[in-house]
Write a protein that binds this ligand. Structure first.
Ligand code: KG4
Ligand code: ZN
Length: 350
């Protein structure tokens, strides 16, 4: 598909994007879909830390408090004015309903007041699009492993916005498993980065945790088994009053998860005859996953791409990029746009 738009009155397109699906209030301004002029993120991590995870009601309230300021900052930093914006994109799912509604209502009000098009964006699609920003040369088709706190998908990206879902998790998302294991170890929230750090000084062969590959021809995932295995290990060590070497537990857990993700991703890339594997989502920040996937992909003559850490975890720049491609494809929304908490990847209703 040709994705070059004729310049608008000889100028470029400016996208304002808003993201509020979970615990980051974010806004960004992009030029022609891939050039980020500003990318403002107000994280609520410190607020939710003391509860050991995201508290939905608190998240909604914090979004309400912060969203206007974050949008203003995005506009200021991009050195544009609201009148210059051509269209507004907002995450309308999946995510926490109350959190999503804050972004959706704000975007609707702005689109109405400025009399410009409104585009509803799928958050998971945004994670994939983070790679278009990071790698200007990247274009479909490619194999994408999407790993975040709420989602785990193996998808073949046939074209911009066109996905063939090969597999998904049947229970916990990868990031969720990292966070739950970290909580059981008393490490704090979010657990993924802490386990990643700890793994670097641990022995990944110390404890043999199970690898769940499911049926031989399946690209689905299951992480609840390994999560339970780690919890059982911790409990039994405590009961026997035996030492728990946290770094070894972290490294052994992480490698078990990574091995399954990498094996399935490479198998799927081979099946789809593509030599491009793209990582997306918060867990794409994991250093072990990046290294292991790169190493194994190189053996097969494939290459691996992923975004910078700031573009891996939730942000609005990725939503802006998805907005642009949706806009080109005509996925504009009217002011009846609503939040869809369980929106699926590839599900688009015009
Ligand atoms: O994409 P994201 O910001 O939010 C969702 O859309 O879910 O992902 C957040 C998840 C959390 O579970 C967090 O623990 C995990 O990404 N994460 C990591 C790392 N950095 C963030 N997991 C493993 N290793 C990391 N370095
Ligand atoms: Zn996300």
């Amino acid at each position: 598909m040709n994705k070059i738009l004729p310049p608008k009155n000889g100028k470029y397109y400016l996208t304002l994007a808003i993201e509020s699906s979970c615990d980051e209030t974010a806004a960004a301004v992009l030029k022609d879909g891939r050039e980020v002029l500003s990318n403002i993120i107000s994280s609520q991590i410190d607020v939710h830390k003391k509860f050991g995870g995201v508290v939905p009601e608190v998240a909604s309230r914090k979004h309400v408090e912060n969203i206007d300021m974050v949008i203003q900052q995005a506009i200021d930093e991009a050195k544009v004015s609201l009148e210059d914006i051509d269209h507004i994109g907002v995450t309308y799912g999946p995510g926490l309903v109350g959190a999503l509604l804050v972004g959706v209502s704000t975007a609707k009000a702005m689109a109405y007041a400025l009399d410009i098009p409104l585009v509803g964006v799928n958050h998971i699609e945004g994670h994939i699009c983070a790679n278009y920003i990071q790698h200007p040369e990247l274009k479909p088709p490619f194999l994408c492993l999407i790993v975040s706190g709420g989602h785990t998908h193996l998808a073949y990206v046939k074209d911009y916005g066109v996905y063939e879902i090969l597999g998904r998790t049947r229970d916990d998302a990868v990031g969720e498993a990292f966070d739950k294991v970290a909580r059981a170890m008393g490490l704090g929230y979010p657990g993924g980065p802490l386990i990643d750090q700890l793994s670097k000084i641990g022995d990944s062969k110390a404890i043999k945790f199970p690898r769940s590959y499911l049926e031989a021809d399946s690209y689905d995932f299951s992480f609840s088994g390994i999560k339970s295995a780690v919890l059982n290990y911790l409990n039994s060590q405590k009961q026997k009053e035996m030492e728990i070497i946290e770094a070894d537990v972290a490294a052994s857990f992480q490698v078990a998860v990574i091995e399954v993700l990498v094996t399935k991703a490479i198998k799927a890339a081979k099946e789809k005859h593509t030599d491009q594997i793209v990582l997306a989502g918060g867990v794409a920040a994991n250093s072990g996953l990046r290294e292991h996937l790169k190493k194994e992909a190189e053996k097969e003559g494939m290459h691996v791409l992923y975004p910078d850490i700031k573009l891996c975890t939730d942000n609005a720049a990725m939503i802006g990029c998805a907005t642009f491609y949706d806009y080109i494809d005509g996925y504009k929304k009217d002011l009846y746009l609503n939040a869809i908490p369980n929106l699926k990847l590839g599900e688009k209703n015009r």
